[in-house]
Design a protein around this ligand. Sequence first.
Ligand code: NDP
Length: 256
Amino acid sequence: MSGVLDGFSLAGRTALVTGGNRGLGEAFARGLAEAGARVMIASRDAAQNEVAIEKMRADGLQVESLVADITQDADVERMVQETIERLGSIDVLVNNAGICYHRDSWDVPDDEWDHVFNLNVRALFKCSRAVGTHMRTRGGGSIVNIGSISALIVNRPQNQAAYNASKAAVHQLTKSLAAEWAQDGIRVNAVAPGYVKTEMAPVDEPQFRRQWIEDAPQQRYAVPSEIAGSVVFLASDAAAFVTGSVLVIDGGYTVY
Ligand code: NDP
C-alpha cells in the first residue's frame, strides 16, 4: 500500500454481513464488494438472498449467500463455519441484522421485548464472538456494528423503548469489545444512522414524517447507500487507528 486512498481498498479481503439481503445490509454488502471484498450475506429468507446476490453479481461483484436465523446459536456457528469454508476466511464482520417494533411501552408483550434484545444485542454478541475467535487466530479483523441515533436520543413518537435500549447496548458493547479485543488485532466500531428509507423505517408515514424529516437540519431521510461508505471506511485499513468509535451519520439530526 502506498497512497492514502489505497487504505480504503478491500481487495483480497473477505466479509460477512448479517441480514444483507435488503435495506441497509444489502447496501453494505454492495459497498464492501465494490471496494474489492468477497462478501457473504446471511439472512433467513433464501429467495430474497438470491434476489440480492443476483443484482450484485450482475454488476460484477463477488457476493454469496447463506440462510441463517442468527437468534439461533446453532445457526450462528454454522454461518461462521460455512463462511470460512466458502470464502477461506472472515476479515470483516458487519453486524447489521436488526428489528424494531413501534408500540407504547405499556403494551409491549414479553416475546416482542425478548425478540428485540435477542436479535439486536444477544445475536450481535454471539456473531461477534464466533467470528472474533476466528479473527484472533489470524491476527485480527474488523467488526462494524450497526447502532442507531435511537441510542443517543429518544425520537418522537416515543414508542420504541425496547429498540432504543437495545441500540444503546450495541454502542456500549462496541466500546467494551473494542477495549478487550484490541490486543488481538480486532477493531470494533459502530455506525449510528439516522432515518434511512428501508422496510424497517416508515419514513413516509405522516406521523413520522414531520418529526423525523421536517424538523431535521437537512429535512430529508437518507438512502442506504449514504451509510455504506462509512461501513467500508471502518472495515478498511484507512481506519487502522479507529476502534471503539461510534460514527453518527444522521444529516445533523442529533445536533439539537
Ligand atoms: P430491514 O428490516 O430492511 O432489514 C433487516 C435485515 O435483517 C433483513 O436483511 C433481514 O433478512 C435481516 N434479519 C432479520 N431478522 C434476522 C434473523 N433473525 N437472522 C438473520 N437475519 C435477520 O432493516 P434496515 O435495513 O432498515 O436495518 C438494518 C440495520 O440498521 C438494523 O440493525 C437497524 O436497527 C439499523 N438501523 C436502521 C435505520 C433505518 O432508519 N432504517 C436507522 C438506524 C439503524 P431476513 O428477513 O431475510 O432474515
